[in-house]
Design a protein. Structure first.
Length: 384
């Protein structure tokens, strides 16, 4: 048995821990490049508060708001701005887009070059050899787990593809996880990010790269998230539910970083690169069909351990047999109003191309069973 577990140097979790940001940041640098989300935290006064706390501890900051999911061109531009401001520290404050942007900027500031020099699949894939500038991750949604991952997912618009910058050097020095930041997140965002977290717990647990430490963390987080997500969706200010989802998100990032993902995430990259579908909804739209297909193939091929793992997932979701897990996820997606892929402009004629591109992704390689081209296309057709 061989495995590894790499996490940020420090994780600080709990309501109110944002108050530590000034003192913590001062230990890493004096000029922070502060990457924020699209506006909700600014409207709530959180960004101004962070800037004030940084200033109180002698840390100057340059704010960089991110609009939508990050792409290579935007990140390259941000790197130029951070370098011009002589920033020696990067802080990501917001959802997965802000955190992934900040993570990529910190990496490129230290390593030089542009995104495409290091990007997987559509870039040159050069190794990232130097540790990133100090990076502090402050998530505001319970979903992506980017605060504990070692990659940044970026869109490459010319090829209509999402791919990653990836290296152990990209881990955050500090993850400051305050569930209060996720209060009042709108239901649609709660659904998209929360279902992403559930997917990132289910797929690593059932992955062909599964390992014991991840197994224990993922199952515990899944048991917490299954009842908490509907509560957070219905009652945005339920701090207990938000706390459980922030914890589930944090664990999901650790899980995917060490055990990989699966076909649902394999589909999500090409889907997100080709259509305006939020990442969490791309995963959720296909997840029940991926689970059902994986379970069928595992049963037909005698992959007993995979069937057992899907049974564990079902029980963590509140069911019993393996098929209950599929139905539980199908029901949860319906409850959260997950739209079909056709809502975002996908048609049957797009299926072969998306399936073919999905097969090439790193996530697909970790899927617990081998899926045929027909399997992949049928999943997409059912998710329309």
């Amino acid at each position: 048995m061989t495995f590894e577990l790499a996490v940020p140097t420090e994780i600080v979790f709990g309501p109110g821990v944002l108050s530590q940001i000034g003192k913590r940041a001062a230990a890493f640098g004096q000029r922070a490049f502060l990457v924020t989300g699209s506006g909700s935290l600014a409207r709530r006064g959180v960004v101004a508060r962070v800037e004030s706390m940084l200033g109180d501890h002698g840390v100057a900051s340059k704010r960089w708001p991110v609009q939508g999911e990050p792409d290579t061109e935007t990140v390259d531009h941000a790197v130029g701005q951070a370098r011009a401001a002589s920033c020696d520290l990067v802080i990501g404050l917001g959802g997965g887009s802000a955190l992934d942007t900040a993570k990529a900027v910190a990496c490129l500031l230290a390593n030089g070059g542009a995104c495409l020099d290091y990007l997987e699949v559509v870039g040159r894939g050069q190794p990232i050899e130097k540790p990133s500038l100090p990076f502090i991750a402050v998530p505001s949604t319970g979903g992506t787990g980017s605060e504990t991952t070692r990659n940044a997912v970026l869109s490459h618009r010319p090829s209509r593809t999402k791919a990653s910058l990836r290296s152990p050097h990209m881990m955050a020095r500090l993850a400051l996880v305050d569930p209060e930041l996720s209060l009042s997140v709108p239901p649609a965002v709660t659904a998209a990010t929360g279902l992403d977290a559930l997917t990132q717990l289910i797929e690593p647990y059932t992955s062909r790269r599964a390992q014991p430490l991840v197994d224990a963390l993922a199952l515990d987080a899944l048991r917490r998230a299954a009842p908490a997500l509907p509560r957070a969706f219905e009652a945005p200010n339920d701090l207990a539910a938000r706390s459980e989802m922030m914890l589930a998100s944090l664990v999901s990032g650790m899980a995917l970083a060490h055990a990989g993902l699966g076909a649902a995430h394999g589909f999500s990259g090409p889907l997100g690169g080709s259509f305006p579908v939020p990442h969490g909804f791309a995963c959720a739209a296909v997840l029940p069909y991926v689970m059902e297909t994986n379970l069928r193939v595992a049963t037909e091929t005698g992959a007993i351990d995979t069937v057992r793992r899907y049974t564990d997932v079902a029980q963590a979701l509140g069911g019993e047999g393996a098929k209950d897990g599929v139905e539980r996820m199908r029901s949860l997606c319906k409850q959260m109003g997950v739209p079909g892929l056709a809502t975002f402009g996908m048609t049957g004629s797009d299926v072969p191309d998306i399936a073919a591109r999905s097969r090439l992704t790193s996530s697909m390689k970790a899927n617990p069973v081998d899926l045929s081209d027909r399997d992949l296309e049928e999943i997409l057709v059912r998710a329309l």
